[in-house]
Design a protein around this ligand. Structure first.
Ligand code: FAD
Length: 467
């Protein structure tokens, strides 16, 4: 008999409560990952996430082998696959760490019940959040809809426990069950191979995550409060894909940051981690966050037909340098700076008046940190239809935002090299250059911001009236 650890968004051996519990049973431990594109109600991973997953699983298998174990890979609807595996290996217990999206929760609840009915121990654990969504309530016992009081309530709770150490070794089953070959899952692109920039930018896996964390603590934490808004500098942790795949736990990040001593920089960084907690609380309490407007009055919003402009946005050819730089950084590396995510999302939803869901889907496919809670929350926040959202009348001016957060145009020149020789004064508004670049080199603006802003505000008036 064996104890199964079902690994999902917790691709690590340290601070992994499900793994530790399996070890505690004293039985052989069978670590399993299931590629589940089939369970109804669960969203399949996007292309960039599949790229990441390939390397993350490879790295996890290597870590398990150092502990004397290995990773078993299976594919299919996870409930059925696990049920079969339990029979095949005569398992007596199954442990996993919790997921919070609706589809996974239904699947997991159903599985837990059916395993319990068969007499197995089936238990889930908190591992990817600092605070469970049901632990943080307002005075009336309801979930918070506004970030600041939510985070205040979190900070008033006892701080997260110490992270659990990685096991020193794992007891193994007498025989290993059959496993899929990772390469057969074809998670990597073939032709065209669009992943060169991703390979150059990232080291997926637990070791890569820990290295990223210590680099951040050493070079960027102290200046985080100011530098976090400057896309040209490495002012943030870039831990988001590692957190999305659970290669590092938020508890490990919390501990490492607070161990550096209390400071305003640490508090600001923790509160950004708090936005992740808030987004997960919204996801848990509201279900379909990537599809449904959090504010129902937006259901009648007069979005424009996306036409060709959505393609110009995706390709970074809108004629607005800061937007184009962000979209090209995203395409090249699978990541975009937070400030630029806000600018690019505002441009899509307000200047182009395109439904935020089109942007959310593009990000879902191209981000290595694509996250069911953070992505939908970010998009709804910018579009104005989210909980605690930016007010509808706030329309980012891409020229002013560029000048403020990328004053020397370094970020724009890095990602839009056609603009490299423009003077700083016009690098965010190349159409004002004494000798504008020909459209064959860099496109003219797809819309004029002033007119687009007026159109957006007029459209938002209709929502206000129906509210
Ligand atoms: P840091 O500043 O170092 O922050 C540390 C961690 O805190 C991040 O890794 C992340 O887990 C969390 N965090 C920071 N800011 C936010 C935030 N605003 N909301 C939620 N969590 C946050 N983040 C994702 O992880 N996945 C997404 O799919 C995603 N989509 C977004 C879409 C839009 C339109 C917007 C405006 C934001 C989105 N974000 C998303 C939030 C944010 O942009 C990224 O988390 C951040 O840029 C990641 O970089 P970092 O790890 O260097 O962040």
């Amino acid at each position: 008999s064996v104890s199964i650890v079902w690994l999902r968004n917790d691709l690590r051996v340290s601070d992994n409560p499900a793994l530790v519990e399996a070890l505690r049973t004293g039985q052989p431990v069978l670590p399993v990952f299931i590629l589940d594109d089939e369970t109804v109600g669960r969203r399949p991973l996007g292309s960039a996430s599949r790229w990441w997953l390939h390397y993350s699983l490879h790295s996890l298998d290597e870590s398990l082998r150092k502990l004397g174990s290995r990773l078993t890979l299976r594919r299919g609807p996870a409930g059925r696959v696990l049920s079969d595996l339990v029979t095949e290996c005569a398992a007596t217990s199954v442990f996993w760490n919790r997921a919070y999206d609706e589809g996974s929760r239904h699947r997991d609840a159903h599985l837990k019940k059916s395993l319990a009915e068969r007499g197995l121990r089936a238990e889930s654990f908190k591992a990817s959040l600092l605070f469970e969504p049901w632990e943080v309530k307002n005075q009336s016992g309801d979930p918070f809809k506004v970030f600041t009081p939510f985070w205040r309530a979190c900070r008033a709770l006892p701080p997260p426990d110490e992270p659990l150490p990685a096991p020193k070794s794992l007891p193994v089953p007498k025989t290993w069950p059959a496993t899929d070959l990772l390469a057969d899952w074809r998670l990597l692109p073939t032709t065209p191979d669009w992943a060169g920039g991703l390979r150059a930018a990232w080291t997926p896996g637990e070791a890569g995550a820990l290295a990223r964390l210590s680099r951040f603590l050493d070079i960027a934490l102290d200046a985080y409060r100011d530098a976090r808004d400057l896309p040209a500098v490495e002012g943030t942790s870039r831990l988001s894909p590692h957190l999305a795949f659970g290669e590092i736990s938020p508890r490990q990040v919390w501990r490492a940051a607070t161990n550096r001593g209390a400071s305003a920089a640490v508090d600001k960084f923790l509160s950004e981690m708090g936005w992740r907690e808030f987004a997960y609380s919204l996801l848990f309490h509201n279900g379909n966050l990537a599809e449904r407007n959090f504010r129902p009055e937006f259901d009648t919003f007069p979005w424009a037909d996306p036409g060709e402009t959505v393609v110009a946005w995706q390709k970074g050819l809108t004629g607005y340098p800061i937007v184009d730089a962000g979209m090209r950084e995203l395409w090249a590396t699978g990541w975009m700076h937070n400030r630029v995510r806000m600018i690019a999302a505002s441009f899509l939803t307000k200047d182009l008046l395109i439904d935020w869901r089109a942007g959310e889907r593009w990000f879902w496919d191209t981000l290595v940190d694509a996250d069911p809670a953070n992505n939908a929350t970010g998009w709804q926040w910018v579009a104005g239809c989210g909980a605690d959202a930016a007010p509808y009348f706030r329309v980012f001016n891409p020229v002013l935002q560029g000048a403020k957060f990328d004053p020397k145009g370094e970020y724009v020149r890095r990602w839009v090299p056609e603009l490299a020789d423009l003077p700083d004064a016009v690098v965010h508004s190349p159409w004002t250059a004494p000798k504008p670049l020909p459209a064959s080199v860099y496109p003219g603006r797809v819309v004029e911001h002033g007119a687009a802003r007026d159109r957006a505000l007029a459209a938002f008036q209709t929502v206000k009236k129906s509210a």
